[in-house]
Design a protein around this ligand. Structure first.
Ligand SMILES: [Ca+2]
Ligand SMILES: [Ca+2]
Length: 194
């Protein structure tokens, strides 16, 4: 059943970007690099958590939250060294040396004092800031990952256009998964054997 679900997610994510107001398409040169990698890069799994690597459009922080939520996923929260290393290794296998930047759900917006993962509501405990960051140079209230710097963190203006990584850990009773599959409009009879 999980295989069917993720196939549906893959299909839906490819068309949903155009519904986001003000999204920025990748340049032709950027597409040349990342689209070759996209089919294998889009969905990766660490433990029980699945990650979607958006590689074909850029959005601001708020649109990134909206996009992931619309797919029953959450904008990425990097909560451990293990998770950070996993993401970097997966990206490095495809992106080579070019610098790409990705949104996380990290933000200081709620009280302008403490950094939190907005997707979970939890305070940011594990950190991987670049040297001299966060520096809040231009009203920098949101947290981006810099692939070109080993996926280390920078605070940046929330209206910046970045790529997106979503994550989800399917619930054990999988009721939400079944709902998604039901909405997916595929014929379950033709599902591959588990
Ligand atoms: Ca996470
Ligand atoms: Ca900064």
């Amino acid at each position: 059943m999980l295989k069917i679900y993720w196939f549906c997610v893959f299909l839906l994510l490819g068309t949903r970007a155009s519904k986001l107001i003000g999204y920025v398409e990748m340049t032709e040169s950027e597409k040349g690099t990342v689209l070759d990698a996209a089919p294998r890069l889009h969905l990766q799994k660490l433990g029980n958590t699945y990650y979607y690597f958006g590689t074909v459009f850029k959005v601001n922080y708020f649109q990134a939250l909206q996009f992931c939520n619309s797919e029953n996923m959450s904008l990425l929260s990097v909560e451990s060294l293990e998770e950070s290393d996993f993401l970097f290794q997966r990206l490095r296998a495809f992106f080579g040396g070019t610098d790409y930047r990705f949104w996380t759900s990290g933000t200081i917006l709620p009280d302008d004092t403490n950094w939190v993962w907005l997707s979970t509501g939890n305070p940011i405990i594990y950190t991987n800031w670049l040297p001299k960051q966060p520096d809040n140079t231009r009203n920098d209230k949101c947290l981006e990952l810099r692939y070109g710097n080993n996926l280390m963190w920078n605070d940046v203006t929330c209206t910046t256009s970045n790529l997106v990584i979503c994550e989800v850990t399917p619930p054990k009773d999988n009721s939400r998964i079944l709902t998604s599959v039901a909405n997916c409009n595929l014929t379950l009879i033709n599902a591959p054997p588990e």
